[in-house]
Design a protein around this ligand. Structure first.
Ligand code: NAP
Ligand code: MG
Length: 491
């Protein structure tokens, strides 16, 4: 017998011929301005100090963007207050709904432009911005439009009242979608808004502002201010803000919670996570492998609810890991604007450095690193999909949120051990369970300390379904009827 070939059947048959032809999404029609300011009282205004937003896949500057200082934030809050007092809080729900429906339809109409700009500004694959981010953003506006004239039915027996001005701060991983998650329920409930997008991804929020203007949304109902953390802090600390909604890191969430303590501002925090994807030996393995890949490599792993810890039952670990490594070797990494791309660019150089730092720690602490053979583009910020085995719960990479395409694999023997390991982090946002036994699925789900549990799937989102965490993943829910609670006084 000759030596056994280590080549796959695909390699033997097709070799290098088995390559996808490039399928670039054209971006020629995108008409970005050189400079974006803020959207205050229905108008675009610029302020002197600026920063640049780049395309993380090419490092090219896309536009300069104004920075809002305290005075600019104050102007935005004043516009929101005036719009709340004079227009929005007095408008019947069915009239508010018409604006929200109009905005939803316009997001659909402009979906191609929005998707391309989202991909250019943030680095996510066009397939994801086109098929997930933009349709879901429209769906959120549609869904909450439906609630605007039915608020008294949302919480039977209670009376409800809007809060006033909502101050909102969002991260860079789903820029348009996070804006929709925040703005749609706030407006449906009758509040007005001042929101700050993340500094690396301000552009789709500015396109959304153009939609608000075109939709004829009354001036001041939504105000968008750009800038860094200080701008976010100015919104949070403003005396005339009634509600603060923050999505971002646990670290900044804690700062905000301290800042809001002792005031009568209502607060919701959607923070980090370290989700466990639990695979039992009775699961459909091939389906689970797809779920593992989707759980951690979707949006380069820049997902708060990512399945960044794989908990696999010991007796199937070898089979699952062999199939997983094979599957990862087929992922296409590179140009986010190519429709074949599975894993796009890391959002920023800072985030890339952070991922590299944590991966180095993983290796230094003795975990075994696997990366597929792949060539990363010379320019831009890219990181190969990475799987760590031999991970124990005490490893840094089993505890800290990496927020990148890095999976930590742990094993377990019994359902109880799986539950204990899944709960062994400071976070509590999301988990996945894979099993063909419904009873096992529900029993395990009921004991997981996290806000979202997916059964035989992962990373599924729907505007009708509440989303949010426990413990260091924050509190409050976004989406569903529960999402209205954050924006209403319920008595
Ligand atoms: P981040 O550093 O906390 O930033 C989030 C937003 O807060 C940005 O707009 C940021 O401005 C702003 N900010 C920074 N310091 C601030 C301060 N002191 N006061 C007020 N605002 C401030 O988080 P990130 O790195 O952008 O986002 C990643 C994190 O978000 C991850 O931990 C992820 O898990 C979490 N996340 C959670 C959810 C969820 O629903 N639970 C969803 C998505 C993401 P700059 O843009 O200038 O930094
Ligand atoms: Mg950018």
């Amino acid at each position: 017998m000759g030596k056994k070939s280590t080549k796959s059947v695909r390699d033997l048959l097709f070799g290098d011929l088995w390559e996808y032809a490039p399928a670039p999404q054209s971006s020629g029609f995108v008409d970005l301005k050189d400079h974006y300011g803020h959207f205050i009282n229905g108008e675009f205004v610029t302020t002197e100090e600026t920063f640049e937003t780049i395309n993380p896949a090419t490092e090219e500057v896309l536009a300069t963007v104004s920075i809002a200082d305290d005075a600019t934030v104050d102007r935005a809050v004043k516009a929101a207050r005036k719009a709340y007092d004079n227009v929005w809080s007095k408008m019947p729900g069915k009239e508010r709904a018409k604006y929200l429906y109009r905005i939803a339809r316009m997001i659909q109409e402009k979906s191609r432009n929005l998707a391309v700009v989202e991909t250019m500004d943030g680095g996510k694959p066009i397939r994801e911005s086109r098929d997930v981010d933009v349709p879901l953003a429209a769906a959120h506006f549609f869904y909450y439009a439906g609630w605007a004239d039915k608020l008294e039915y949302a919480f039977p027996g209670a009376t409800v009242k809007s809060l006033g001005v909502a101050g909102q701060v969002i991260p860079w991983n789903f820029p348009l979608l996070m804006a929709a998650w925040k703005i749609a329920p706030a407006l449906a409930a009758g509040n007005t808004v001042v929101i700050k997008p993340a500094e690396t991804t301000p552009l789709t929020a500015m396109l959304l502002a153009e939609i608000f203007q075109e939709a004829g949304l009354p001036p001041g109902v939504v105000n968008i201010v750009n800038g860094f953390g200080e701008t976010g802090a100015a919104i949070v600390n403003h005396d005339d803000v009634n509600k603060v909604a923050f999505t971002g890191s646990t670290q900044v969430g804690k700062i905000i919670q301290r800042a809001v303590a002792g005031t009568d501002k209502k607060l919701t925090l959607e923070l980090g996570g370290k989700g466990a994807n639990i695979i039992f030996d009775d699961a459909s393995i091939d389906q689970a492998v797809e779920g593992i890949v989707n759980g951690i490599f979707f949006n380069q792993g820049h997902v708060c609810c990512a399945g960044s810890r794989l908990l696999v039952q010991e007796n199937i670990a070898e089979e699952v890991l062999t199939k997983l490594k094979h599957r990862i070797s087929t992922l296409i990494i590179g140009d986010p604007l190519d429709k074949n791309t599975d894993v796009g660019a890391i959002n920023s150089r800072d985030q890339l450095d952070n991922i590299k730092r944590l991966v180095d720690i993983g290796e230094a602490e003795g975990a075994e690193k696997f990366q597929p053979r792949c060539t990363l583009p010379d320019k831009g910020f890219f990181f190969a999909p990475t799987v760590f085995t031999d991970v124990t719960p005490s490893h840094t990479i089993a505890q800290d949120e990496i927020f990148g395409p890095v999976l930590s694999v742990l094993t377990f023997r019994t359902p109880d051990e799986a539950i204990e390991k899944a709960n062994n982090t400071p976070y509590g946002l999301a988990c996945g369970i894979w099993s063909d036994k419904g009873s096992k699925l529900f029993r395990v789900a009921s004991q997981l300390k996290c806000g979202i549990v997916w059964g035989n799937t992962y990373n599924r989102f729907d505007p009708t379904s509440p989303f949010g965490g426990y413990r260091e993943s924050g509190f409050g829910r976004e989406g569903g009827v529960q999402g209205l609670l954050a924006y209403l006084e319920v008595r």
